[in-house]
Design a protein around this ligand. Structure first.
Ligand SMILES: Nc1ncnc2c1ncn2[C@@H]1O[C@H](COP(=O)(O)OP(=O)(O)OP(=O)(O)O)[C@@H](O)[C@H]1O
Ligand SMILES: [Mg+2]
Length: 504
């Protein structure tokens, strides 16, 4: 076997932000026809590295060689012109424009006499079809699409460049299993055609599935380069990333009580919302973790939003502590002790230009009020404790949230609700973009909250997470609860069967 030619070579890249050395002498070599995986804990420097490779951020020092030639990209368009296309972790689509316009913004295909718009629509359609996105209309306005659909549009946009190197920063974080499989099929096609992929994910099983080689970053340094993706044990990767071993991330599940007399903190009866879900009934008891499994689009997030009062139900009722909630009022829900950590952190949850501390303490201010004044010391101490237990980095609570890495922003969303002392806590994809080590910490925290008597309702696209953390699992398909069982009685294959049944 002859060595594949180095397509891209980075030598000794360094990059600092105030108070943080994001990259320290990182070198990486990417060859044509390989999927080069980049692993590392939240804040390790992965996104910073790919921004430097893509010309979106200049390095402080170091060199970049493209096909052996020294290059310095001043702007992402310079990298694009060479054939480097990037799908960023925080999507950069323009919400008010159509899907087709987003895909071809700045590089419209040449028209041959026909209306240009028609050409763009057709080309966009072809790319979306290649990604199996029959449900996305090329003329739709992007902000109307779900997070998963937007992610797929940005993949389509990257494909439209006919790139030699495609960089993907956590592309599957918002995708479900079927969407991920389609993406992997496209990746395999591209790689077979000689395209190189730089691939970032916190889902380590994906590395073995799709990866060729692995480079591991830790605290801005490269601690392992070009390890074989197929044969390096996951435990070794985790050890390299975190410096510790995370054998089994889920805390032990307490034996269920023989007769469950724990009070029901949440009772949902016959809840329906047209077009989203229908006739959903279940209860969550104090101290119980109930998991909701289902595909993206099965109505899981809509159900949580409706329970929370952010959307109105068309029928049915939600009771907390025995009292019916008025519906359509998040204030009442929060006042009664309900918390929701939503899935789309940027859009729904975070004040990006405010401090970590404020973001965390915001809904809990009443906890720290005494005679109308906020006890700032207690507030800061309590927030610092939750942030510390989730290992939010950098540990400085005064840091602006926008400057945190993606996974650390996610931890801030969850920390906010951990601090609040809810009676019922709803977590929608709480570990999206969160690294393996921090996941284990988060699971332990959720289990501890349950042990304190808090009811937890958990939504996750990762079936092992639902099965590992929940006591009881509801399976949602097309807006209906089609199965309910103790988590211990289910396995991944069975749940997959249930949620996929009826799908092509
Ligand atoms: N614009 C910025 N200003 C200040 N600090 C920044 C900025 N961008 C990144 N950082 C810091 O650089 C470090 C590396 O961040 P980066 O986003 O590269 O991490 P990551 O490995 O992609 O993490 P994640 O898995 O959470 O996405 C972090 O400590 C982060 O807070
Ligand atoms: Mg990142």
């Amino acid at each position: 076997m002859t060595a594949a030619p180095a397509l891209l070579q980075a030598r000794s890249l360094s990059k600092s932000f105030p108070g943080v050395q994001a990259l320290a002498n990182v070198s990486i070599t990417v060859a044509s026809g390989e999927v080069h995986c980049l692993l590392g804990q939240n804040g390790a420097g992965k996104s910073t590295l790919i921004k430097v490779l893509a010309g979106a951020q200049p390095p402080d020092s170091g060199e970049l060689l493209w096909r052996g030639e020294l290059v310095a990209f001043k702007h992402p368009t310079a990298a694009l012109a060479r054939g480097i296309a990037t799908i960023y972790q925080e999507l950069d689509l323009i919400g008010g424009l159509s899907v087709a316009d987003n895909i071809f913004l700045g590089h419209e295909p040449q028209s041959l006499g026909f209306s240009m718009r028609r050409t763009i629509r057709d080309e966009a359609r072809a790319l979306l079809d290649r990604l199996g996105c029959a449900d996305i209309d090329a003329g739709s306005i992007v902000e109307m699409l779900s997070a998963a659909q937007q992610q797929l549009v940005s993949v389509a946009r990257a494909l439209s460049y006919d790139a030699r190197l495609l960089i993907m920063d956590e592309p599957t974080a918002v995708l479900d299993r079927a969407e991920t499989e389609t993406l992997f099929r496209v990746i395999r096609e591209l790689v077979a055609g000689g395209v190189a992929i730089v691939y970032i994910s916190h889902r380590l099983d994906e590395i073995r599935e799709i990866g060729s080689v692995v480079t591991v970053l830790k605290d801005g340094r490269s601690v392992a380069e070009r390890l074989p993706a197929q044969s390096t044990p996951t435990s070794a990767l985790v050890q390299l990333m975190t410096g510790r071993s995370v054998e089994y991330p889920f805390p032990p599940r307490p034996a269920p009580p023989a007769v469950d007399t724990r009070p029901k903190v949440l009772e949902v009866s016959g809840l329906s919302r047209s077009g989203a879900f229908a006739d959903v009934s279940f209860a969550v008891r104090a101290g119980e973790i109930v998991g909701l499994a289902g595909l993206v689009g099965s109505g899981r997030s809509e159900l949580l939003e409706t329970i929370y009062g952010a959307a109105r139900a068309s029928a049915g009722s939600v009771r907390m502590g025995g009292q019916t909630l008025p519906g359509g009022s998040t204030e009442t829900a929060v006042a009664r002790g309900m918390g929701l950590a939503p899935e789309e952190r940027k859009r729904q949850a975070l004040l990006l230009d405010d401090s970590v501390f404020h973001n965390v303490s915001l809904p809990s201010l009443d906890r720290f009020a005494r005679a109308g004044l906020i006890d700032a010391r207690r507030e800061l101490a309590a927030a610092a404790e939750v942030l510390g237990s989730l290992d939010v980095r950098p540990a400085d609570p005064e840091r602006i949230v926008r400057e945190l890495s993606g996974g650390n922003q996610q931890k801030v969303v969850v920390a906010r609700w951990l601090l609040r002392n809810c009676a019922l806590l709803m977590l929608d994809e709480p570990t999206r973009g969160v690294d393996v080590g921090a996941r284990a910490d988060l699971y332990a925290l959720v289990r501890a909250l349950a042990a304190d008597g808090i009811g937890i309702l958990l939504v996750s696209s990762e079936i092992p997470e639902v099965l590992g953390l929940a006591d009881r699992v509801l399976v949602l398909r097309e807006g209906r609860v089609i199965h309910e069982a103790a988590a211990a009685e289910l396995d991944e294959a069975r749940v997959l069967d249930l949620i996929m049944a009826g799908q092509a």
